[in-house]
Design a protein around this ligand. Structure first.
Ligand code: ZN
Length: 186
């Protein structure tokens, strides 16, 4: 999947930065960067159908299902720099459950875009709410942002935490606490 337009832009960027795109180490950089950005933003091209629909099962259970420590890599839309960390997802089914690996796919689908962490958290929660129609869903993301660590205020150790809770994760304090207790247990 070559993208000559992005390659051209990266080459121009190198020149504007004062570099020589013809020197050995940089000759293939436009090609590599174009490929990389295509991969890091592939979430735009995936659909719910491809991510989740084939793996929904009817089941009458009402215990909490949690998938925690899902590795997360995304790109901040303000600086095009990575933010990365962990995502924790929980839900309580109503009549549908989903194959557990698909939850990680949903995270991936929304992380592989230009994002802000707040919206990413919301989008994952809303997608699961929509697809599963569960009693409730909770999503917590803990991430470090390179745009904060290597530029600007240079805060190397700060971790940003965002959460989105819907349904009974929002309305029922005990449910929300159960979720938070489990994801905080090491
Ligand atoms: Zn940023």
């Amino acid at each position: 999947m070559n993208n000559p337009k992005i390659e051209k832009l990266v080459k121009d960027l190198l020149i504007e930065l004062g570099e020589d795109p013809k020197r050995e180490g940089l000759q293939k950089t436009p090609h590599r960067v174009a490929k990389m950005y295509t991969e890091l933003t592939k979430g735009y091209k995936t659909s719910r159908k491809a991510t989740i629909n084939g793996a929904l099962f009817s089941q009458n259970v009402d215990n909490m299902v949690i998938l925690k420590n899902i590795e997360l890599y995304s790109l901040c839309e303000h600086h095009l720099l990575p933010f990365f960390g962990k995502c924790h997802v929980g839900y309580i089914a109503k009549d549908k459950i989903v194959g557990i690996s698909k939850i990680a796919r949903v995270v991936e689908r929304f992380a592989r875009r230009l994002q802000v962490q707040e919206r990413l958290t919301q989008e994952i929660a809303a997608e699961l709410q929509d697809a599963l129609k569960p009693q409730g869903v909770g999503v917590v993301i803990e991430a470090q942002h390179l745009c904060m660590m290597m530029r600007g205020v240079e805060k190397q150790n700060s971790v940003m935490v965002t959460s989105a809770v819907l349904g009974n994760f929002r309305s029922d304090l005990a449910t929300r606490e159960e979720f938070l207790t489990i994801i905080n247990k090491h």
